[in-house]
Design a protein around this ligand. Structure first.
Ligand SMILES: Cc1cc2nc3c(=O)[nH]c(=O)nc-3n(C[C@H](O)[C@H](O)[C@H](O)COP(=O)(O)OP(=O)(O)OC[C@H]3O[C@@H](n4cnc5c(N)ncnc54)[C@H](O)[C@@H]3O)c2cc1C
Length: 458
């Protein structure tokens, strides 16, 4: 497998993807981090920034950015997998709002570090437009804004767009309205993760690649090349977590898949819009997401690939021709200017991590020194930064505004054993798909999908 084939993003880097050296042998450290995606690297970054004397080791089984961090849609958003109303139900309105505000701040923080560290990652804070193309979707857009108001957000956070306002940002076919939030930046995800790896090394963090961790235990991360002993061991393996001993039911790896078009001419962009490189989506159930890349492509993705029995993660699961064809079709429906044969040049995918209660979490067990962060579903680009800052505070024993946020030390229940897990996850996907089909046929909202969302705590 060539690393550059894992995504359009990894294929479009100037620097080669030559692996860093592996772990040379048994090593002592203050903190050992497993996984060199955003979570592991942000944690290393903030720890090293706060205390340059800490000996920090990052162990990565492939290369930095091999996982979802090198393959995602590049929305650095303030989205959090648990909705604001669900957070308010569980933790009260004030703590829910504090969580959401921390996510807003996170988008600005990533932008600040990108600039301070000179990470050239096509950062553009153009916000997100979510389109409504049917009455039902328009109803959902209105409800989203009403819900945001009810929970303390304002027009400066999320605003309803009428048809003309939505079309001014993105005149997709049949657009009837939508919503806009400024709290999102489009980013080249692989440039961000690779730039972060270099930035942490500049701060003295040791990153060892092609070093798979075969076991995590209090005080040690075990690899075939040697053991790293450290009082704090951080698990930052997200969708790959089930392959670690004892972690099979911790998160379910669910696949998200993407396509990218060839660079499109300005005349085409004049009809698609997104002049500020707003990230875009719509109010259907099965999530779709897109961005206008800095080099003028449409990078577009969606869920819908099946969950694989036993939480298996395999390179061939990254490719699902049926989903790629569906993504192409949806792009053509949204933007007829792309013509009947949407000019796709790249297709790829990757696993994301879903906790049983759909709740992302970050934490440190002080009695064992084992720390973790993840379960971001499809919202980890921003959330992992908040996780990294929070872990740095927890590990250094600091009590801060971050360490009291409601997701800290939250323990999600484990997933059911198979075959129940397989049945539940794939049934959920099916409900969402058939809900979208039924809605476009009948023009009425799907009750089954709403019931299912509640079941997931949305
Ligand atoms: C196609 C796709 C599109 C997405 N789009 C978006 C988006 O637009 N916005 C958004 O916010 N989120 C998005 N996400 C989710 C987001 O990419 C992830 O939440 C985020 O990258 C998770 O970062 P991470 O560091 O926790 O995990 P990862 O980036 O997956 O990193 C985990 C790392 O751990 C390593 N590892 C695993 N096991 C071991 C081991 N045993 N030993 C050593 N190393 C190990 C892996 O090789 C990997 O490098 C998307 C995900 C996918 C797949």
């Amino acid at each position: 497998m060539r690393y550059q084939d894992l995504s359009y993003w990894l294929s479009s880097l100037d620097a080669p993807l030559t692996p860093r050296p592996g772990l040379p042998g048994d090593t002592d450290a203050d903190v050992v981090i497993v996984g060199a995606g955003y979570t592991g690297l942000w944690t290393a970054y903030y720890l090293a920034a706060a205390d340059p004397s800490l000996r920090i080791v990052v162990l990565e089984k492939e290369i930095a950015g091999y996982g979802a961090s090198g393959r995602n849609g590049g929305w650095c958003s303030a989205l959090f997998p648990t909705s604001l109303p669900a957070l308010a139900r569980r933790h009260g309105r004030d703590r829910a709002l504090a969580m959401q505000r921390a996510m807003h701040e996170t988008v600005r923080e990533v932008g600040r570090v990108v600039e301070a560290e000179g990470i050239d990652c096509d950062w553009r804070a153009g916000g997100t437009v979510v389109l409504a193309r049917t009455d039902v979707q328009l109803g959902r857009a209105r409800a989203a804004v009403a819900e945001a108001r009810e929970h303390g957000l304002t027009d400066a956070d999320l605003v309803l767009l009428d048809a003309a306002e939505a079309a001014a940002r993105c005149p997709a076919e049949g657009v009837r309205g939508g919503t806009y939030t400024p709290h999102c930046a489009a980013v080249h995800p692989a440039k961000l993760v690779r730039g972060l790896a270099t930035a942490v090394e500049r701060r003295g963090v040791r990153v060892f690649e092609r070093t798979p961790v075969t076991a995590l235990r209090p005080g040690a991360a075990v690899t075939p090349a040697g053991v790293v002993r450290a009082p704090v061991v951080v698990r930052a393996t997200e969708g790959f977590t089930p392959a670690l001993p004892g972690q099979r039911r911790a998160v379910a790896p669910v696949y998200s898949l993407m396509v990218a078009t060839a660079p499109l001419p300005e005349s085409t962009w004049a009809e698609i819009g997104l002049a500020e490189r707003e990230t875009f989506s719509d109010y259907r159930h099965v999530i779709i997401y897109g961005q206008r890349t800095a080099d003028g492509r449409l990078a577009f993705g969606g869920r819908g690939a099946p969950y694989h029995y036993g939480s298996r993660v395999r390179p061939d699961f990254d490719r699902e021709p049926r989903v790629f064809a569906a993504l192409r079709r949806v792009l053509g429906e949204l933007f007829p200017v792309l013509g009947p044969e949407v000019p796709v040049t790249h297709t790829w995918g990757g696993p994301l991590g879903v906790a049983r209660d759909w709740a992302a979490s970050v934490g440190l067990d002080r009695s064992t020194g084992l720390a973790w962060a993840g379960g971001y579903v499809g919202d980890g680009v921003g959330t992992s930064n908040l996780a990294g800052r929070t872990l740095a505070d927890l590990i250094r024993g600091e009590q801060t505004d971050l360490t009291t946020l409601p997701w800290v030390n939250h323990r999600s229940p484990r997933w059911e054993p198979e075959p129940l897990r397989w049945l539940a996850v794939n049934a959920g996907l099916k409900v969402m798909f058939s809900a979208d089909e039924a809605e476009s046929r009948t023009g009425r909202p799907s009750r089954r999908a709403a019931a299912f969302s509640h079941l997931l705590g949305h």
